[in-house]
Write a protein that binds this ligand. Structure first.
Ligand code: CP
Length: 307
């Protein structure tokens, strides 16, 4: 029997798997994937301990479209709340489910504990450190927009959160990519991920840079990307954090030197915070195509897990 495939971090994927998932997601998005039902007869558990509109719907709808049945669990449903261990939870669920799609507020250790069995695939639908299925969606969206990921020039503006981390781990594996982050001081990528992304970029012929100001921005960008300032499930202890973030709002001024750039946002958005309504709802924005691609990319991930 083939080993179970888990997706807890972008680092769980080989380069070939990462490329194949991006292309396959784009095929689902373009309507050229046919109507496969590789999950027929499967049962997929969908456990979200934190709020979600896109990811939960994407995996639920995607699993149903691929032929699976789903069981949905909310934050109060599992005996994890009463002290059952993550290991026991994974052992039990793996005897009844084929795939578990989960969002938690904790670090990857909890998901790794669920994955410590050989029957059920575990998919990280966002954890405190990383949002890998968002990165796959984003690369699928780039592939649909540009016909490639290689060589794209991306400026990420905003917090170095779990979306930024996954994006850095994924983009820096593609030759010629130029990925620059502008993150508020004190709110950058965690150091370990920054170092990993930089080393990976060097190995793959990509470039990676992070700065904590908005001066000397690169021009001729392909993409300007931001995320909301208050990541799901988090809060900021500093009462003055908004003044630190204010210079990092995405406004039309960013398009003066990058007139052809598209705008991406993982959503949900707060117009007037991280981005102006003029940008999010303007002609450069592909944020809602990106949101739809969550489902197409989720289908590629589910298919890969069960291959
Ligand atoms: N981008 C994203 O993960 O959206 P949801 O929180 O709505 O799933």
């Amino acid at each position: 029997m083939a080993p179970v495939r888990h997706l807890i971090s972008i680092d769980d994927l080989t380069d070939a798997e990462l490329h194949a998932l991006v292309v396959r997601g784009a095929e689902f998005s373009a309507g050229t994937a046919g109507r496969p039902a590789p999950l027929a007869g499967d049962v997929v558990g969908v456990y979200f301990s934190k709020t979600s509109t896109r990811t939960r719907t994407a995996f639920s709808s995607g699993a149903l479209r691929l032929g699976a049945q789903i069981i949905a669990y909310g934050p109060g449903d599992l005996q994890l709340n009463t002290g059952e261990t993550s290991e026991d939870t994974g052992r039990v669920m793996s005897r009844m489910l084929d795939v578990l799609v989960a969002r938690t507020a904790s670090d990857p250790a909890e998901m790794r504990a669920w994955a410590a069995q050989d029957r059920m695939a575990v998919i990280n639908a966002m954890s405190a450190e990383e949002h890998p299925t968002q990165a796959l969606t984003d690369l699928t969206t780039l592939y649909r927009q540009f016909g490639r990921v290689e060589g794209v020039r991306v400026l990420y503006v905003g917090e170095g959160n779990n979306t930024a981390t996954a994006l850095a781990l994924a983009l820096t594996r593609f030759p010629g990519v130029e990925f620059e982050l502008r993150t508020p001081p004190g709110y950058g990528l965690p150091a370990a991920y920054r170092e990993r992304a930089a080393a990976q970029a060097a190995r793959h012929g990509a470039s990676f840079r992070e700065r904590h100001d908005m001066t000397g921005l690169p021009g001729d960008l392909d993409v300007v990307y931001t995320t909301r300032w208050q990541t799901t499930g988090t809060s900021k202890p500093d009462p003055h954090w908004r003044s630190v973030f204010a210079p990092f709002q995405v406004t039309p001024a960013l398009w003066e030197t990058s007139p052809k750039a598209v705008f991406m946002h993982d959503l949900p958005a707060h117009r007037g915070d991280e981005v102006t309504a003029e940008v999010l709802d303007g002609p450069a924005s592909i944020a809602f195509e990106q949101a739809e691609n969550k489902m197409h990319s989720a289908m590629a991930v589910l298919e890969w897990c069960r291959a």
